[in-house]
Ligand binder design. Sequence first.
Ligand SMILES: Cc1cc2nc3c(=O)[nH]c(=O)nc-3n(C[C@H](O)[C@H](O)[C@H](O)COP(=O)(O)OP(=O)(O)OC[C@H]3O[C@@H](n4cnc5c(N)ncnc54)[C@H](O)[C@@H]3O)c2cc1C
Length: 470
Amino acid sequence: MTATFHKLTPDDLAALRAICGDDYVLTEKPDLEIYGADETEDLCFLPEVVVRPSATDQVQAIMRHCAARRIPVTPRGGGTGLSGGALPVYGGVSLSLDRMNRILEIDADNLAVVAQPGVVTQTLQEAVEELGLFYPPDPASRGSCVIGGNVAECAGGPRALKYGVTKDYVLGIEAVLPNGDLIRWGGKLLKNVSGYNLAQILVGSEGTLAIVTEVTLKLIPLPKHRIMLVAPFEEGEKAAVALTKIFRARLIPSAAEYLEGAAVRCAEEKFGKSFPQSDAEAHLLLELDGNDRSVLEKDAETVGEICLAEGARDVLLADDLARMNDLWEMRRGIGEAVKAVSIYKEEDTVVPRARLPELVRVVREITTRHGLSAITYGHAGDGNLHVNILKRDLSDAEWTDRLPGAIGELFERVVAMGGAVSGEHGIGWVQKRYLPIALGPVELDLMRRLKAAFDPQGILNPGKVLPDET
Ligand SMILES: Cc1cc2nc3c(=O)[nH]c(=O)nc-3n(C[C@H](O)[C@H](O)[C@H](O)COP(=O)(O)OP(=O)(O)OC[C@H]3O[C@@H](n4cnc5c(N)ncnc54)[C@H](O)[C@@H]3O)c2cc1C
């Protein structure tokens, strides 16, 4: 299928200019280089052209043209993806939705927001919060990723623990199929079982089935109070056990992040700020929220007692906004800080949350046995740990020899624990070889047929998600 893709000709460029306007069709190398990369390692695949439509009918026209000419199209949001989903690996068109960035409606009566795909996630969150409403999914990249990318990746983030991930908020969707047809499914409805749920099929489909051009998201009331706790531990596993005990006490924090000391120290160095007791081996960063301050304080006390009983050195409380924001800023910057240390490979492991202590142990055991070093952090409350394997001073040969075996074994163990090969970063380009560890031939074949039903020519984001058949 991919062998028959066509290269763009001057006529194709003229057609795209007629659809979007000259200023929004980019062909200069510096532009192509920006759209040829995302946040996945140091990969870059240049598109032949970048197009920046401003409306759904333009997206339709672009897809009609590309379908007729068999030109590959890769949708692009904020370009913060960590599995290479927005990389135009077959060249063709990088379709940026950045100009479709309007919040169309905040409906406080129906508790819903209607947005275009290019709205920055943090912008949407702040707009609804001004009205006392809450859109909880908050990937750490929320200042630069966009709603379309979040829907395509089913983005999670720290608050998934209590509030769920993007799929739990998508009520309705408008999308353009690879042949240019428009589909709409759902709307401001909490209940809707009218046929197959096309909106949820698109959630997490990584831009391989259709291009999201509008989305209706559920909102909830904004909790009035928040309290944050930081608990440093001498042993990472004990931090993970403490978290399990917090759940056993029937408490669900609004966030429960696990940060290895090494990750915290990278962030301290990068941002020139201090984190409490950063010499500890691991930290739990916990947040509780609610409307009744006294209940919250009591719950925070219980959480603190559990951490101390499990060996936390101390439990530090932050309840003023400035300090909480400061700690969150450091937490959100940890990924960037760790990746600045060395060439790296990030794995997005996820297991049932009660198996977290085992996951912490397994990561250390496997990476050490393969002669690799790793720094781990993530959304521990969801059993979701980001394992950053670092090259440091290994030779290129040692790095390429050791890495595949270690990653394969890690995912085998994760899947044996009831886990999956990606919790929230998606499969995209870089993880597709590991998908058969988690899924059997029947599931993979069904996915291939689903892809063919949406995209019979295979022009939309080719090379992603599904493993190569050879
Ligand atoms: C520092 C950092 C922290 C991060 N933290 C988190 C985190 O806490 N939780 C989390 O889940 N992720 C996290 N991520 C990963 C990333 O931010 C998310 O996957 C995010 O959802 C990607 O959104 P984006 O707009 O940048 O999409 P892009 O990277 O541009 O694209 C991602 C995928 O979506 C597709 N796509 C984009 N727009 C559309 C559209 N309109 N229609 C159809 N397909 C589309 C693309 O083709 C691609 O496959 C983090 C990334 C970074 C760099």
